[in-house]
Design a protein. Sequence first.
Length: 385
Amino acid sequence: MKVINKYVLIPSLMVLSLISCKENNKLNEDKVEEFIVTHFAEKIGGEDAIDKLKEDVGDSILMYSLSNGWIGRPEWVSDHSKIKAEWFYEDSIIAEVKNIEVFGDVASVYGNVSSYVSGIRTYRGGFHSIVGKQMGKLVFKRHSWMNWDMNFSANSFVWPSTEVEGALSMYNSMRNAMANLRNNDALAYSDSLVALDSTLAVAHVGKMHYLFLNGERDKLLSLIEEIKPKLERASIAEKYYLETYAPVSNNAERLEKYEKALLYAANDPLLRGWYAYFLEDLDARIENAKIGLKRFPESSLLNNMMGYFMKEKGDMEAAKNHLQVYITAHPEEPNAYDSMGDILLASGDTLQAKEMYLKAYEMSRNLTTGPEDFFSTSKKKADAL
């Protein structure tokens, strides 16, 4: 019995010792947070920051940019001579830890960072880090980040200057109708949005779109005069966006209006799509549509435009592919089927083209605001076949 107790006792002590060791190695959340906040705060002042950076980064660190997908271990991790003092030009850097979870001897940390020069924020982003110990000192073992400024610039659209509840959602619905040539719907949404926020200039854009496509020049000019007082509270992007619907004397003048608007809303899919449409050079049209599709690969308007551009280019397979994206991503839009009908007809597939035209027409009879006049042409094209 004594022998048995001896061998039972020793493993028990070993287990207790291991548990105690693990408890001693367990990271302290407060210490981890202090490490993170201090790390960023000290990365200023040029030369003074170099040694502090070297101390805080683990030898085996991996870094990952969520903004562009780069992953790797920078050369400066192993060759400190490559660390440059000019990297640390900010006056101050503030890190805010949002969440810490400790998993034994490592901690997972999520947070935000803002950098400043002369009181002006020059960087803002989010990060996730794995922090552990190296030679008894806390270091970064893994670090990923996203530059929010890059992300926000990729979202440079014509946003409505309104804080009225429900206005943004209605604005998006209006523009979605415009993108898919549901012109009656766009007009109805526009009227409802004006009623919801009577001070919002871009609330009228759905009606402007309707009048523009229907060639009602006098009514469009009258509407432009009506909304002028509302432009005082509109953003520059909104003002130039509305200008694109103003009557012009030639196409060059219209393109100039779109180019001004795109300076302030470079990724707006409606601006990008219609600008590409009005360009005269086919290759320029295609390249501009591609710019928009990089940001919105499933865009109804941009894939629709691209389908026709590729048809004009003679690449019918590419044209069909873009229209297939349109149909797949937006199966409830009549225009997707009408456009596919045009591509199929140009490819010599008369039977399927007729089916597409009829489907577009039938769907357009059951829209929110009732039958859409625009798709009466779909029926005419089907009857002609």
